[in-house]
Write a protein of this length. Structure first.
Length: 292
């Protein structure tokens, strides 16, 4: 057998069964079912002894994962993610455009979280899980829960509208300086505040506008639908708006810029910002400053 990964367990207050503790420990096995299969095949050792699902972990143990020399046992997803904030309960990562958050595909943000985040030492630690969605074409900040209690608490913060999300988009056409869009999305009341930060003249589109947006509700494709409904579709949007104004090959100019909320456990204010990408900068010189 060949050694794949080695992990030294951190000290924990209450010992926990290895089967539960090991979820998220190995980058190549993110699920509990995968851990069980590896143990059953004799590929996991704890302090040099063959691991069992009933073994308790208290901290300091050397945990080793092997794979058979005859075949590659685990299909590995190699996807490096930028981690902007992380503690034992949650993380904030940058999602690049062109990658699914989750789903049936192999290459998703959800499948890459375990290899990019540290294993939580909390007794209810689970495989890291995205708390909300970002469209396939949208870049920006994504909030992740690392424990069962954190996932519940963060979901409640979203439901109670206690997490402030700010987006930036490039919208087409001559716009007013700002306002609130109150239009139903999927027959549900929806509201988005917007503020035009800068406008430039465009030969093809008349005007292009750098717009800051704060959705007050979280409907699917809300920002894209709202801007399209008032006649200012997002540059690069192939689904909503005038067919003649659709831009091909450049992607969607929509970015989840900031996340702001009170940490449900530490009670500290969390504020994270991710600057606009190069394609935004090519059109507008003034962008969101980096977080200090």
């Amino acid at each position: 057998m060949q050694l794949v990964e080695t992990f030294i367990a951190k000290k924990i207050e209450t010992p926990i069964r290895f089967q539960e503790y090991a979820v998220g420990v190995f980058k190549t096995i993110p699920t509990k079912s995968g851990i069980k299969k590896a143990i059953k095949k004799g590929l996991v050792f704890i302090d040099g002894t063959l691991a069992t699902t009933s073994k308790y972990i208290s901290g300091g143990e050397k945990i080793e994962l092997f794979e058979s020399e005859k075949s590659s046992t685990f299909k590995r997803l190699k996807l490096d993610l930028e981690v902007l904030f992380e503690d034992d309960y949650l993380a904030i990562i940058y999602k690049p455009a062109g990658i699914l958050v989750s789903g049936n595909k192999f290459v998703t943000i959800a499948n890459a979280l375990s290899q990019n985040l540290q294993k939580s030492n909390q007794p209810d630690a689970v495989k890291p899980q995205p708390i909300h969605r970002l469209d396939y074409q949208t870049s920006g900040l994504l909030l992740v829960g690392k424990t069962s209690s954190a996932i519940i608490k963060l979901s409640e913060l979203f439901q109670n509208k206690e997490i402030t999300k700010t987006y930036h988009a490039i919208a087409i056409g001559k716009m007013c300086l700002g306002g609130t869009i109150n239009l139903k999305v999927d027959n549900k009341n929806s509201s988005t505040q917007f503020n035009v930060l800068k406008s430039v003249i465009s030969k093809r589109f008349e005007f292009l506008n750098l717009v800051e947006l704060k959705p007050k509700t979280g409907r699917k494709h809300q920002i894209r639908k709202h801007l399209s409904c008032i006649g200012h579709q997002i540059l690069g949007d192939k689904n909503y708006g005038n067919e003649l104004l659709k831009l091909k090959g450049k992607g969607l100019y929509l970015h989840a810029s900031t996340l702001e909320f009170v940490h449900p456990f530490s009670k500290k204010k969390i504020f994270n910002t991710k600057e606009l990408s190069k394609k935004f900068k090519k059109i507008f010189s003034s962008v969101i400053p980096n977080e200090e």
